[in-house]
Design a protein around this ligand. Structure first.
Ligand code: SOE
Length: 389
């Protein structure tokens, strides 16, 4: 069994998710042609880094990503540090001949995303972008039903990504609320997943029009966050400006004529992680909600009249993507499994000498839609994707 030596930058929320995936892969997908070796983890704070290194099971640690990238005993660099770090690390890693796995959104700007893709292609390395929700078995089932024509021609794609973790105006000004670090707010963080899902299931976007709002314009300053929580600052803490959107909504017309609507917000009280879509076709419909990620609701117009209606399919049978590697039918899986499947695709693609999917091309396409929506909001008009291609 050959091994691929991984060096990972970042050790918080995504670092934990990726580490867990690398650890689970040999146990549940032992037949994967290339398996990861958790060679080195990298982060700036030596104390936090060492804690993560031992907890997650990495062999060594580096506090400077440049040293990590220069190491000869590393084949792939996994970048899950905040978005403003993606470009520099990715390009340096590509130039050092390392394969790349980068979290979404790929970059702060479309120009940066294109540069990252160009660097990866020039270096001839494999590149993957972290749109993990594609890898939920129920989503894979939706893709299969669509590809087999079982819901016919698609008319509508309706998607929402709803969270509420910054509803409290006293929630601190963490990095995800700063444009220079995150690129955008709900739009790039949550909307990017919806855009990728739409491209995966429906196809390319033709034109978009959007609107956005920043409901809380200033927040108490805070240094760090873990997952989606941060320590609240005192009442007299200095305030800083929120420079990203709290919510972004947009409409699209797809190249294939389908219509789409999208809503990404962190102000949907009661919604912790409602990443949901509905697709309506000429022969049926599909509904998915990540909070019930093992299920897919399907409706087929061809069902007999007396049993017409949505049915709930539990996508946990061995016939469903990835499920034969886990548990007997009916034993559900969770968020972390999407990352294991993602890393399975990454390792398999490298072993097969092909680009993983989704890769930096998908990251760039997603970035084009993000930017098109931003331009449409700034200029209050429909924007064609052709303007960027
Ligand atoms: C935070 O909003 C977040 O963790 C995103 O950054 C992830 O990409 C998404 O999967 C869930 O929400």
């Amino acid at each position: 069994m050959s091994k691929l030596r991984v060096g990972m930058v970042g050790y918080k929320f995504m670092g934990k998710a990726h580490s867990n995936a690398y650890r689970a892969l040999p146990m549940f997908f032992p037949e994967t042609a290339v398996l990861p070796e958790m060679t080195a983890i990298c982060g700036r704070d030596p104390v936090g880094l060492e804690k993560a290194r031992t907890q997650f099971g990495w062999q060594s640690g580096e506090t400077d990503w440049r040293k990590l990238v220069a190491r000869e005993d590393i084949d792939l660099i996994d970048i899950n540090a905040p978005s403003d770090a993606h470009k520099e690390i990715t390009i340096a890693a590509a130039e050092a001949g390392k394969h790349l796995f980068c979290e979404k959104p790929l970059a702060l700007t479309l120009e940066d995303a294109n540069e990252m893709l160009a660097a990866a292609e020039k270096a001839g390395v494999k590149h993957m972008v972290g749109f993990n929700y594609r890898f939920a078995p129920a989503v894979q089932l939706a893709k299969k039903l669509i590809s087999e024509g079982r819901i016919g021609k698609i008319h509508h794609f309706r998607a929402v990504f709803l969270q509420d973790w910054i509803l409290d105006p006293e929630f601190p000004l963490v990095w995800r609320l700063k444009k220079e670090i995150a690129g955008s707010g709900s739009h790039g963080d949550l909307g990017a997943h919806l855009i990728d899902m739409a491209r995966f299931l429906v196809g390319e976007f033709r034109e978009v029009i959007g609107m956005e709002e920043t409901f809380v314009k200033e927040r108490p300053v805070s240094e760090s966050m873990t997952g989606l929580s941060a320590t609240k600052s005192g009442a007299d803490a200095p305030r800083g400006e929120v420079t990203v959107d709290d919510a972004t909504l947009f409409l699209t017309r797809f190249e294939n004529g389908a219509l789409g609507s999208f809503e990404a917000t962190r102000f949907a009280a009661g919604h912790r992680c409602t990443n949901a879509f509905e697709i309506n076709g000429s022969k049926g419909s599909i509904k998915f909600d990540f909070e019930r990620m093992n299920e897919l609701e399907v409706y087929f117009t061809e069902d007999a009249d007396d049993v017409q209606g949505f049915r709930r399919v539990l996508a946990t049978d061995a016939s469903h993507a990835y499920m034969d590697a886990w548990w007997p039918a009916g034993h559900t899986i969770g968020y972390e499994h999407t990352f294991t499947h993602e890393v399975h695709e990454l390792m398999t693609a490298i072993a097969e000498d092909r680009q993983p999917v989704p890769n930096f091309h998908d990251g760039v396409r997603c970035q084009e839609v993000l930017v098109a929506v931003e331009r449409s909001i700034a200029e209050r008009r429909w924007v064609a994707l052709k303007e960027f291609q």
